[in-house]
Design a protein around this ligand. Structure first.
Ligand code: FES
Length: 594
């Protein structure tokens, strides 16, 4: 420990920590803009300046480490004046469009102005950058609003390991983006949207789909059907001031009905279905391998569209490792326009399917030609959790006072296994709950059905599962040790894929989610997000699972009925047509390659 003084208060600081960290730990708030705790500290905005006794200039507290005996003042006349001046300089290159900006009331620059009691806006002149890049179906970049904090550069390069967003040009011409002249849809951006969750202003946003959804809701000829992903119910409440980790499932369903949706289905239903299809696919591949036939292992999950786009760009020769299952919301969309349309006796063309997702990459996923049936997209629009929050507010719905209600039938019932799709390790655990029981006739031998080694926010988690005394029809599995790995975030994925590509992967089954922590902190989830918030959302997801009577996908009675009435059998002809897909090889310029 080192002894420092901040604003006349003696503080025992940790050796190596910055002034900012020591101050925050002791509840002394130093205003900041570019700094993001544990993620980004490069000292680019200088808003966090403080006076340090003996130093010739003001110091950026987010990058200067504490030293024994340091005497720091955070709010002197000199600091206040300089901070306000810096703020005005940032404003001088920022459009004054706050009232119509999607970040109005949630903008960190706006909040900072309030906090430092900003008074003036003296420097009006030429602006440096105005380009708007709306080439991607998922993310919109409005460089006129960028404050050059570089958080997105850190998240894209260091946390996701993609490196699409970088500092281009210098001085007044500095801009953050792909290489000069290139738009997002011409590079290997995965559309994970992690940059949109940490952008302090409105420079990086999901592409707005609310207008398209309002138009569909007002169109009397359309039956508008909505579905919601498991992670949305664990985070939507934050848009209305609830504590992170508050489950708002019932209120969310009621709000969707009040918005005017004709049917409110649960993507969880299709998550259970995914387990049946993906589990069958895994068993098929394992059976082949154990019988000495050719089989591509490890099999890797395919629910996360950011991960899929990443692997298409980065490992185009390894696509056979991906499960052919569509992601759950695409499965549900395909069934809505076939199974449910048939039940209703209406033309699928008159159905408009909206998915509420924690994810920005899903907006891209619905545009993929491989994911259409009979010329119709499986899903017509994707709203992020944030966009749904905006729509509920715009409609004047008092979210807090809503009564709980339940999802509609026949695609609203789900098991606890589906709930945990919302967090890293969840798809794997859900699959094991079913696959192990199918093969052995017994429940997964873990307390409360949880596979502890693959839970939590660790970057790469692994486990082994020994299969003893299988049922006679699966006798070839006897003595097999199933090796599994789980990762979330694309740097872990890269590490696992290096082994896969080298042919040295020891695993049979791998789960990859494109965003750190999985869907609970997807690119479309409420801001802010950090590990403490991720943990709370994760606990909420597990409590939803543990509160269910049925906790294994193969126990879902409505899924059984779906196979009896419509699909036939898992991996059957109809399933292949509606629930499975293929992938394409892409170059780093997003061009399709052979
Ligand atoms: Fe410290 Fe930006 S917050 S330099």
């Amino acid at each position: 420990m080192v002894n420092i003084t901040i604003n006349n208060r003696k503080i025992a600081a940790r050796e190596g920590e910055t002034i900012m960290e020591a101050a925050r730990r002791n509840n002394i708030y130093i205003p900041s803009l570019c700094w993001l705790d544990g993620v980004h500290s490069v000292g680019s905005c200088r808003i966090c300046i403080v006076e340090v006794e003996g130093a010739r200039t003001l110091q950026a507290s987010c990058i200067v480490p504490v030293q024994d005996g340091m005497v720091i003042r955070t709010n002197t006349e000199k600091v206040r004046k300089a901070r306000k001046l810096l703020y005005e300089l940032i404003l001088s290159d920022h459009p004054r469009e706050c009232l119509s900006c999607a970040r109005n009331q949630s903008c960190e620059l706006q909040k900072l102005g309030e906090m430092i009691n900003a008074e003036g806006d003296r420097f009006v002149g030429e602006r440096s950058k105005t380009a708007i890049d709306d080439s991607s179906p998922s993310i919109i970049r409005d460089m006129s609003k960028c404050v050059l904090c570089r958080r997105c550069v850190t998240v894209c390069n260091e946390i996701q390991g993609i490196g699409v967003l970088n500092v281009q040009n210098r001085g007044f011409d500095t801009v953050i983006g792909p290489a000069p002249g290139l738009a997002l849809d011409t590079v290997n951006c995965t559309y994970c949207g992690q940059c949109t969750t940490i952008c302090p202003v409105g420079a990086l946003q999901e592409k707005d789909s609310t207008e398209a959804v309002w138009n569909a809701l007002f169109d009397k000829r359309k039956r508008v059907i909505v579905q919601t992903a498991p992670a949305v119910r664990a985070a939507l409440g934050e848009e209305f001031g609830y504590e992170p980790g508050t489950l708002v499932t019932g209120k969310m369903v009621t709000a969707l009905r009040e918005l005017g949706f004709d049917d409110v289905f649960d993507t969880n239903f299709a998550a259970d279905l995914t387990i049946i299809e993906e589990g069958s696919e895994l068993l098929e591949r394992l059976t082949a391998a154990l019988s000495g036939k050719q089989a591509v292992l490890p099999m890797i999950t395919s629910c996360s569209p950011g991960w899929i786009k990443y692997v298409e760009h980065t490992w185009p020769d390894e696509l056979d490792h991906l499960s052919s299952c569509k992601s759950p919301h695409m499965m549900l969309g395909a069934l809505t326009k076939s199974y449910y349309a048939q039940k209703l006796g209406i033309d699928p063309k008159d159905i408009f399917v909206v998915s509420v997702m924690p994810c920005t990459a899903k907006k891209f996923e619905i545009t993929r030609p491989e994911l259409a049936n009979d010329g119709l997209p499986n899903v017509d629009a994707v709203l992020t959790t944030r966009e749904l929050g905006r729509m509920i507010k715009e409609a004047g719905i008092d979210f807090e006072s809503l009564e709980d209600s339940r999802f509609d039938s026949p695609m609203g019932a789900s098991t606890g296994a589906a709930d945990i799709f919302g967090t890293t390790g969840g798809v794997m655990e859900a699959a094991l709950r079913t696959v192990y029981e199918l093969v052995t006739g017994r429940e997964l031998p873990f307390e409360d059905l949880h596979v502890k080694p693959i839970q939590g926010l660790g970057r790469i988690k692994t486990a082994e599962l020994s299969i003893e005394d299988p049922l006679p029809e699966y006798s070839h599995f006897g003595g097999t040790i199933l090796r599994i790995a789980v990762t979330s975030g694309l740097t872990g994925a890269r590490e696992l894929m290096e082994e896969v590509a080298a042919g040295s992967s020891p695993y049979h089954f791998i789960e990859v989610m494109g965003c750190p922590g999985g869907c609970i902190s997807g690119g479309g989830q409420p801001r802010p997000v950090d590990d403490a918030i991720r943990e709370k959302r994760l606990e909420a997801i597990y409590s939803e699972d543990e509160g269910k009577v049925l906790r294994k996908s193969h126990e879902n009675p409505d899924i059984r009925k779906l196979y009896e009435e419509f699909l036939g059998s898992p991996l059957g002809h109809k399933s292949h047509e509606l629930l499975h897909t293929h992938y394409v090889k892409r170059g780093i310029y997003n061009q399709l390659i052979d």
